[in-house]
Design a protein around this ligand. Sequence first.
Ligand code: GUN
Ligand code: ZN
Length: 452
Amino acid sequence: MSKLLLRGRVLTFVDEPKSIDDQSAYNYFEDGAVLVENGKVVDVGEYAALISVADPQTEVVDHRPHLILPGLIDTHLHFPQTQAIASYGAQLLEWLNTYIFVEEQKFSSTAHADFIAERFMDELLRNGTTTAAAYCSIHLESVDAYFTAAEKRNMLMIGGKVMMDRNAPDALRDTPQSGYDDTKALIAKWHGRGRAHYAISPRFAITSTPEQMDMSRALVREHPECYVQTHLSENKDEIAFATSLYPSAKDYTDIYASYGLLGSKTLLGHCIFLSDREISALAETKSVAVFCPTSNLFLGSGLFDHGRFRDLGARTSVATDVGGGTSFSMLETMSEAYKVLHVQGQRLSPFASYYMMTLGNARALGLEDRIGSLHAGADADITVLDSRAKPAMELRMRTATTLAEELFILQTMGDDRSAAEVYVAGKPMKSGLDKPAATSTRTRSMPELQTA
Ligand code: GUN
Ligand code: ZN
């Protein structure tokens, strides 16, 4: 395979920025380049240095004046909710019952699952996201659709079948045994095949009986190589319901702890209302609290207290949580993250934001050797970002004088249009994406409009 030299303004992190101007946390090459061969990064540095030793056959792609970053990473979203984004007016439990559990039933159709999986992967790439951890539906076939679509694009994706055996419509319920059997079969089929990673996925304590939690514990013990993903402490009604179902647990976190579901490969969506004790339990087990800002605002859930997790030594990541989340864009997600923290008196610096979308999320997934930063030997998953993708951005950028300012403008005003190109294992993907096809879907009625 021929070599590819991507020229542009290369930005990649080596550590979490400790302050707003911590230059030791990143490498930045104003006229930089990334040398790619056989789907891997071979070298990163100044363009002049790399071109001077390049083979004559090396193809140079000039992305100047754009920024070249590692592919963005999304650590929590729901592939079957792609067509349920922007469902009006309800908080978590009503929203699940009114919209989501209706939507997810459509995935009993493999044709529908295949169609949405294709569009879902394209939408990630359109937004510059090259890796994501997603929930599939209860249907085994939805996982096949998901990983098949990822494999076609050679994307490093994490996913799993949700397990639910109560508090969901009949058509969306498995049993402790069938959830276990299907998950075993899917792990055998997909985990470690190409770039696929499996996530054992009990949806949350409300939709799993103690018997299903026991089976989840067995799966985690038998497959320590797999991720675990679930939801924790997102909404006050949810917390009251979950803890009422497990009266012997100390608190919501203790439900998962008592079934052996916490650990360094566990991703816990939301974690908004945790006590210090619960955050410390996450820290001790190295579990990851996943911050989903657009979702937390959209569903009226609450504000994630990032500073408290840092102070108590717990790991965090950031995610879109589509379809509670309102955008596939990690830029838009970080724009909302900034606001969620700002309103709590916390300041998220631009460099910290870009760290979180790349190396920070890769570390949360334990994949920092492969993705999230541009270094020799890394997978060549690369995103090219255009800070002037819209007229208003171009106008604003005329007054920007520093890289930090540019990154903040890009995050605050950017969206899918700012991802100028995206490479998956060295292959350009965005330029080849189809324009969204017009499709008709039936409309559902909204809960009654409320003015109060
Ligand atoms: N809790 C349980 N399931 C879900 C879901 O699909 N989305 C969100 N935001 N929270 C959940
Ligand atoms: Zn979720």
